[in-house]
Design a protein around this ligand. Structure first.
Ligand SMILES: *[C@@H]1O[C@H](CO)[C@@H](O)[C@H](O)[C@H]1NC(C)=O
Ligand SMILES: *[C@@H]1O[C@H](CO)[C@@H](O)[C@H](O)[C@H]1NC(C)=O
Length: 432
């Protein structure tokens, strides 16, 4: 999960597809938003359901000024315009995750009317729920809520954004969303968790769900400043740069040198002497960026998404190497791929490439960072960007909704047993 800093490039938690949203302020004309990867639900925002193998500008479909952040959910996308004080969403609409008051899919950016005029400082989107933090430090949530991940005190899906009443009087600084859980850090440095907790991913010392935010007392006294979620694991960073991870670790995604789940935040010993400045979680892998620009990754690595030139899982942090030792300034994990922006304004991607999500115009996996030419200052930068009218990828395989298969979290999972999860590229789907 990405937290919205002032970087020029903003992507988010994507899944098998390819999104990286992009917000560029370099042109006099203002911002450009690009997307690439899987488009079967309209999540690329080009008005169709086609994949795009290279970064493609959202043109006529999206002329909102002042877009300052673009955040990807699994099959949907949101973008916020600071000029208009308007949040937009598009893509797969099941469970109301687009916040439009119904479950319709939308193939072009559409304003979320009920948030018109609300100044938003951060957006978090996961598989099927979304949240925003307002300038007043309040949180609104919408979408799927079967495990209480909206924090509203119930388990009813919400088609429209609703304010989390539990944060009345509390000033929230940042939020993060996992598959079915949510985490927050307040201005005071308190850490909260709610939603699905089967792997200890709420950090509350047990495996129970919560439908309202609950403070993680085990780290009280340590002021937290960042939080991020993977699918079923969570990371937080303290003001001094110490990284803590908790939740599911079957693939080593917690980074503690083993494959054990942790039910409370556990300090990552291997990075004890490294000040962490940004964190991001994928499906089962984790990336941590150090203040000195070095990038570390660990966890599931079947497709090379850790970026360390092999395809074996790593249960401890490994440094990701970039050409010419370029320093990284921002990192974002997709479902099974990773994207990074370097200090020299080059964009790199690696991991699963099957839907074009790496943006290189090809559909192969890569286990080391490769520069996306069209977005990078050492490449062609924005000179050759495709527009929405670009010819979509020929290799596209259409998967009809009825052929996508369902995964519903198994209520009888017990303590740490893995819920059945597909290894293939078929998408997950709502209960029908
Ligand atoms: C869902 O909401 C959107 C945005 O308000 C609207 O354009 C669309 O027509 C609605 N769909 C249905 C089926 O009502
Ligand atoms: C999970 O539960 C089973 C049986 O209920 C128990 O034997 C096992 O030790 C538990 N494992 C963990 C990691 O708690």
């Amino acid at each position: 999960m990405y937290t919205g800093l002032a970087a020029r490039l903003l992507f988010m938690y994507g899944r098998a597809w390819v999104t990286a949203g992009r917000s560029v302020n370099m042109a006099a004309a203002g911002g450009l938003v690009c997307s690439w990867g899987r488009g079967e639900d309209g999540q690329l925002g080009h008005g169709d359901a086609e994949d795009r193998p290279v970064p493609t500008v959202l043109t006529a479909a999206f002329d909102a000024p002042g877009i300052v952040s673009v955040i990807c959910g699994a099959d949907h996308t949101t973008a916020y315009s600071d000029d208009e004080l308007q949040l937009y969403s598009w893509g797969w609409g099941d469970f109301g995750r687009l916040g439009h008051g119904n479950s319709s899919d939308v193939f072009n950016p559409q304003p979320i009317e009920v948030l018109q005029g609300v100044r938003i400082t951060q957006i978090a989107c996961a598989d099927s729920h979304c949240l925003v933090v307002t300038a007043a430090g309040q949180v609104h949530s919408w979408g799927r809520n079967q495990n209480g991940q909206l924090g509203l005190g119930n388990t009813e899906d919400s088609l429209l954004p609703q304010k989390i009443q539990a944060f009345q009087g509390v000033c929230v600084k940042t939020i993060a969303a996992g598959a079915e859980h949510t985490a927050a850090v307040t201005e005071d440095g308190d850490l909260y968790g709610w939603g699905w907790g089967r792997y200890g991913n709420l950090g509350l010392g047990d495996r129970n769900d919560r439908s309202v935010p609950e403070k993680v007392s085990s780290v009280e006294g340590e002021k937290m400043v960042l939080v991020a979620c993977g699918w079923r694991h969570t990371m937080t960073v303290s003001a001094s740069g110490s990284l803590y991870t908790y939740g599911w670790s079957k693939y080593g995604q917690l980074g503690h040198g083993d494959f054990e789940d942790h039910l409370v935040p556990h300090n990552l010993e291997a990075l004890k002497h490294v000040a962490i400045s940004q964190i991001s979680g994928g499906w089962r892998h984790t990336m941590a960026l150090a203040a000195d620009g070095k990038l570390y990754g660990w966890g599931w690595n079947k497709f090379g998404q850790v970026g360390v030139a092999d395809n074996v899982d790593h249960c401890s942090p490994v440094q990701v190497r970039f050409p010419n030792e370029q320093k990284v300034v921002q990192v974002a994990c997709g479902w099974r791929h990773t994207v990074a922006l370097t200090e020299t304004k080059n964009v790199f991607s690696w991991g699963r490439g099957t839907s074009g999500q790496l943006g290189h115009g090809e559909i192969i996996d890569r286990n080391t960072p490769k520069m996306i030419d069209a977005l990078s200052s050492d490449g062609s930068a924005c000179k050759q960007l495709e527009s929405s009218k670009a010819v979509p990828m020929a290799a596209k395989v259409w998967v009809s909704p009825s052929e996508r298969y369902a995964i519903v979290p198994d209520e009888n999972v017990g303590n740490g047993t893995e819920t059945h999860v597909p290894q293939s590229d078929a998408k997950r789907m709502m209960r029908v």
